[in-house]
Design a protein around this ligand. Structure first.
Ligand code: TMP
Ligand code: ZN
Length: 403
């Protein structure tokens, strides 16, 4: 029997994407023989309504001193976090005396640096040493550790309770401990903001590449209410966000501390009565759609190859690892992937071992088709790469999300 990671009840398999490496595990050729794999399989719990991975890889495999994701590499995400920080200051912190802000999964400090600049007390919690060091260099106070109820107590003892706790796109495998830690660390009238890719968008757009090791759970309002409700934290407001192909920002507080807004009842109606995200059948259909998309994408790339077209990958995203390994597409179909992140360049993609080449401004000169793995940044990229399409180049989307 497989147990739900949230409520411990029995959970059913929805889909297995097969043997999968760590999504951000870009590697050198000499390390191919010791690559780590786990089975990427998902289930949906009908009790707590949480869509989740059934097998968790060891978290030290994911977050370490070689972690390959830097928030600041995306201009779009940097802007998003600046708007988020300013929103916190203007709407939630302006009335507080000497406020204290905590961010979990603070990465390179892209969000918190806006508090540093303004002299607002803050602390970032980041498990990966290399990104935490960059944050510290930028003047962002950062503690390198995993967050749980024990760390929450330590923070409280050193800094006091938090007026605001922010968590964006951080996917914890120990949700129960995290929820307990947040309830402990949050002031009585404090605000906890939780933002991540929204299950409604993943299901509707068949964006199965949002499913990878770091995304242990893909949340909706039902599951967020259940998980934090166990610690007497309540969702009092929600806002949709465009990031990551469609995200949801949940505002939570200690029960009754803030008035519940209509946005919450509206989203609940949407989830349960319109999108039917509380029902198993929706997830069974999703599994069939994933399989169909895989077949279509592989058929398209084989056809392009037979026609002698030159195809490359654009942006070696974490998401691409799920697509490439699930579809079984390696260098024979996609000879290389261009990427702007120095730590990935010269390495190989996890599992399928496609060479990652440094992005250059004329990358597209001999390219007929580019498969866009960073489809969540499509607008930014299409604008930047207008020369590619002007020269007759064609974009292929790795999932059907934008078609
Ligand atoms: P992520 O989707 O896993 O966050 O990774 C984004 C990757 O995409 C990162 O390695 C940088 C790369 N990238 C480009 O190469 N070009 C771009 O224009 C953008 C937006 C991202
Ligand atoms: Zn459950």
């Amino acid at each position: 029997m497989i147990q739900c990671k949230i409520c411990n009840r029995e959970i059913q398999l929805i889909i297995s994407f097969g043997k999968m490496p760590i999504a951000n595990g870009f590697l050198n050729a000499e390390d191919f023989h010791q690559e780590y794999f786990f089975e990427l399989a998902c289930g949906f719990c009908e009790h707590c309504k949480t869509f989740q991975l059934l097998h968790q890889p060891d978290r030290s495999q994911m977050f370490h001193e070689q972690y390959a994701f830097y928030t600041a590499t995306s201009k779009h995400m940097s802007e998003h976090f600046e708007v988020m920080a300013l929103n916190y200051i203007q709407h939630w912190l302006v009335t507080q005396k000497d406020p204290f802000v905590v961010e979990l999964g603070s990465n390179d400090g892209t969000m918190l640096k806006h508090f540093t600049k303004r002299g607002i007390r803050h602390l970032g919690i980041e498990a990966s040493q290399n990104v935490a060091e960059i944050a510290k260099k930028n003047g962002v106070e950062t503690k390198c550790c995993f967050f749980n109820d024990t760390t929450a107590k330590e923070i409280q003892q050193s800094y006091g309770k938090a007026d605001l706790i922010s968590v964006a796109n951080v996917h914890f495998s120990n949700m129960g401990e995290v929820a307990r830690g947040i309830a402990l660390l949050l002031k009585d009238d404090g605000i906890f903001v939780f933002e991540n890719p929204y299950i409604g968008n993943v299901i509707q757009n068949v964006a199965y590449d949002q499913i990878y090791d770091e995304h242990s759970f893909i949340f909706g309002l039902n599951s967020v209410s259940y998980i934090f409700g166990c610690e007497e934290l309540d969702v009092f407001h929600v806002e949709t966000q465009e990031t990551h192909g469609g995200s949801m920002r949940y505002y939570l507080c200690h029960k009754g501390a803030h008035n519940k807004r209509s946005s919450v009842t509206e989203l609940l109606h949407q989830e349960n009565d319109v999108l039917c995200l509380n029902r198993m059948e929706i997830y069974r259909t999703f599994a069939k759609n994933c399989e169909r998309q895989k077949q279509e994408l592989v058929a398209l790339l084989k056809k392009l190859k037979a026609e002698g077209k030159s195809v490359v990958g654009y942006a070696a995203t974490a998401k691409s690892t799920t697509v490439l390994n699930y579809c079984g597409m390696g260098p024979e179909l996609i000879p290389c992937i261009y990427d702007t992140t120095p730590i990935k360049q010269g390495k190989y993609s996890p599992g399928m071992h496609i060479p990652i080449k440094p992005y250059t401004i004329d990358w597209y000169k001999k390219v007929d088709c580019a498969i866009l793995f960073a489809w969540n940044h499509a607008k930014e990229i299409f604008d930047k790469e207008s020369e590619f399409t002007k020269n007759g180049g064609q974009w292929i989307l790795s999932t059907s999300c934008l078609q």
